[in-house]
Write a protein that binds this ligand. Structure first.
Ligand code: BES
Ligand code: ZN
Length: 639
């Protein structure tokens, strides 16, 4: 009986409707019958994305041709976007998302002249519903439009805000729902389209996208791009600057400004090895090349997994390759996220939790379990803090893996829960079923669902059918629903022991009992150990203690941004005088939100901090991307 159900399941799996990415294999008649009645799995894959106005079941965009002109003087992009559409239901309207765009004209192939269209009123972060009349026969529509100052995805930088200080710079950040601020589109992670683009930029500057890319600037300033694999809109990306390219292997390379390229190439030397390692774990890399672009420091994230071209903050260039786990993370998204994609932002743990797990496995392969376990333990410490703080803010519901972001900004779901609680769930499954079984499952999962969406519900079903039902004990041990739908951290969370951190504990105990910092045995410590050491320090430190540590270890002047930020967070509330102007300098230069939020919070909590935080923010704000500005505007407005 079980076997029959299983066969039916396998057969039906071939029929999961996969939107605009049909599988090539032709169904047989026997399976055809199966298709008639939607099976349980198909139903679980149904979803509504409450962050998009698109109705892809009716009419969907399948391909985009984008012709754009980037103007640094007016800080706008003027473009024509032409879309191939599939009018599935023969409907009379296609719905697109847009926000703060000026649309001048809309045309379609089966109609003479400009169309009248409707822009349904502005509704906060969701923007404007763009309703375009179509017919049964419409194959393409074209939109002429221009971006505005309200294009939150874009950050135009003046030369002084770049490394070389000679040219301006532009980069985009579309995830989660900002693509609609620079491209009218069906801005939902479950809707995929291929694209081609022609982009004009000032002569001497290079443009790169999440697509096939040029490697040097040309005379004309006109560049063409092609992305033949279908991607969701949140992975649509562009960067323009004075950029150089350095190859790092057969599939890998790095773009950066001229005076950063050498340091970047050294820092990311292991990238090709990471690609090879990732492939050996979970199957072929599907995107051709894997390059990274190092952006100016205002980039609001550590990294963004734009296909073929990860966007990265320069703050991971520490000079000693110690922060490259971030590259492993963005690379891992080439499977978890870019191939198998969260259906909605409520399911983001399917992107991020899987990616943290995959990242950790890459790091384990390359640097050993001793190292990757330190990273996992740091995640664990961060996770406990996050749960405590969400609980304190009456946000216990946001400690679930599956969150409810209806009516909210999807950015609200961007806590460490989907990342680290997600990671620990997958680690628990691995520890329960054994690595061999789990790896085989994951590899098949990425293959089976490549270029498709996944919901939390469908994943749970698939996992149970394919793996957990093999042994009745496994479900009882894991209790997966408690993890996905329950709050907080279940008590079966894996415990990690790190002998490397035990060494740190021992030295910390010595310091607490009076050994001076420079006498501690720390010469062999690696970055995670330093981060752990700083993290474990008592919240109350006096000037003498802080200065003892600083003189011995040079934290304030550290070239490692993670160490520096962790140190600031610890010492600012204790009004450490040795910090001088370094905090202000850091906050003016760096726009990475993960650093900014805790540092501003620390300043606000310190003596006289509110005035100080506001004064620094006033100077720094013009340097920040909209994503960081929005968070900090809210944080500082509370005070
Ligand atoms: N895709 C995320 C960044 C993101 C998520 C942007 C959701 C907007 C909405 C990226 O892969 C990421 O997770 N970046 C992390 C780095 C990582 C090592 C945890 C970051 O930027 O800190
Ligand atoms: Zn990520």
């Amino acid at each position: 009986m079980l076997k029959t159900i299983w066969l039916v399941f396998i057969a039906s799996m071939l029929f999961i409707s996969c939107d605009n990415q049909p599988k090539s294999s032709e169904p047989t008649t026997e399976k055809e019958t199966e298709k008639m009645e939607p099976n349980e799995f198909e139903l679980l894959l149904n979803y509504t994305d409450h962050h998009s106005f698109a109705k892809p079941d009716e009419a969907v965009v399948t391909h985009l041709k984008w012709i754009a002109d980037v103007d640094f003087d007016s800080k706008t992009i003027t473009a024509t976007a032409s879309y191939n559409i599939n009018n599935r239901e023969g409907v009379d309207t296609i719905f697109l998302d847009s926000r703060n765009l000026v649309i001048s004209e809309i045309r379609r192939d089966d109609h003479e002249g400009a169309l009248s269209f409707q822009l349904h009123e502005h509704s906060g972060v969701l923007g404007t519903e763009l309703a375009i009349p179509i017919s049964k026969n419409t194959q393409t529509i074209s939109i002429d439009y221009k971006t505005t100052e309200g294009a939150d995805a874009l950050q135009f930088l003046d030369p002084v805000q770049t490394a070389n200080k000679t040219h301006p710079f532009l980069f985009t950040q579309s995830q989660a729902i900002l693509a609609r601020t620079w491209l009218p589109c069906q801005d939902s992670p479950g809707i995929r389209f291929t694209y081609e683009a022609t982009v004009k930029v000032p002569k001497g500057m290079l443009a790169v996208m999440s697509a096939s890319n040029p490697t040097e600037a040309n005379e004309t300033g006109i560049y063409t791009f092609k992305m033949d694999q279908a991607i969701p809109s949140y992975l649509f990306a562009l960067a323009v600057g004075n950029l150089k390219y350095q190859s790092l292997g057969s599939e890998a390379g790095v773009y950066a400004e001229p005076n950063v390229i050498e340091a970047a190439a050294y820092e990311f030397e292991d990238m090709q090895n990471m690609v090879d390692t990732a492939e050996s774990l979970y199957g072929a890399y599907q995107w051709g090349k894997y390059d990274v672009i190092v952006l100016p420091p205002s980039f609001p994230f550590g990294g963004m997994e734009n296909p073929r071209l990860t966007f990265a903050t320069p703050t991971i260039i520490a000079g000693d390759k110690s922060l490259t786990a971030l590259i492993a993370h963005e690379l891992a998204h080439s499977w978890s996220g870019n191939l198998v994609t969260n259906a909605t932002w409520d399911d983001i743990w399917l992107n991020e939790g899987f990616t943290v797990y995959f990242e950790n496995r890459i790091m384990e392969e390359i640097f050993g379990a001793d190292f990757s376990n330190m990273l996992a333990l740091l995640s664990y410490e961060g996770l406990l803090d996050e749960i405590e703080s969400l609980n304190k803010d009456n946000r216990a519901a946001d400690t679930r893996l599956k969150v409810d972001l209806d009516g909210r900004n999807p950015d609200d779901g961007l806590t460490s829960i989907p990342y680290d609680k997600g990671y620990f769930l997958l680690r628990l499954i691995e520890e329960t079923v054994g690595r061999a079984e789990w790896d085989a499952f994951l590899k098949e999962y990425f293959k089976e669902f490549e270029f498709r969406v996944m919901t939390s519900e469908a994943f749970l079903f698939y996992l149970d059918q394919k793996l957990l039902s093999k042994n009745p004990e496994w479900n009882k041990t894991i209790k997966i629903k408690d993890w996905v739908y329950g709050e907080g951290l279940p008590d079966n969370c894996p415990k990690i022991i790190s002998s490397q951190f035990e060494k740190v504990d021992a030295q910390l105990a010595n310091w607490i009992s009076g050994t001076s910092a420079k006498e501690l045995e720390s010469s062999e410590w690696m970055t995670p150990q330093w981060l752990y050491f700083i993290g474990q320090l008592d919240i109350d430190l006096n000037q003498e203690q802080m200065s003892d540590l600083d003189v011995a270890f040079g934290f304030t002047a550290s070239g490692n941004s993670e160490i520096k930020a962790a140190w600031f967070e610890k010492t600012i509330p204790n009004n450490y005088t040795g910090l001088g102007k370094t905090v202000e300098k850091f906050l003016i230069e760096v726009g990475r939100r993960k650093f900014l939020t805790p540092i501003y919070k620390a300043i606000l909590d310190s003596k006289g901090g509110i005035t100080e935080a506001k004064a620094i923010y006033e100077k720094a704000r013009p340097n920040y991307h909209a994503v960081s500005r929005e968070t900090l505007d809210a944080l500082l407005a509370e005070k």
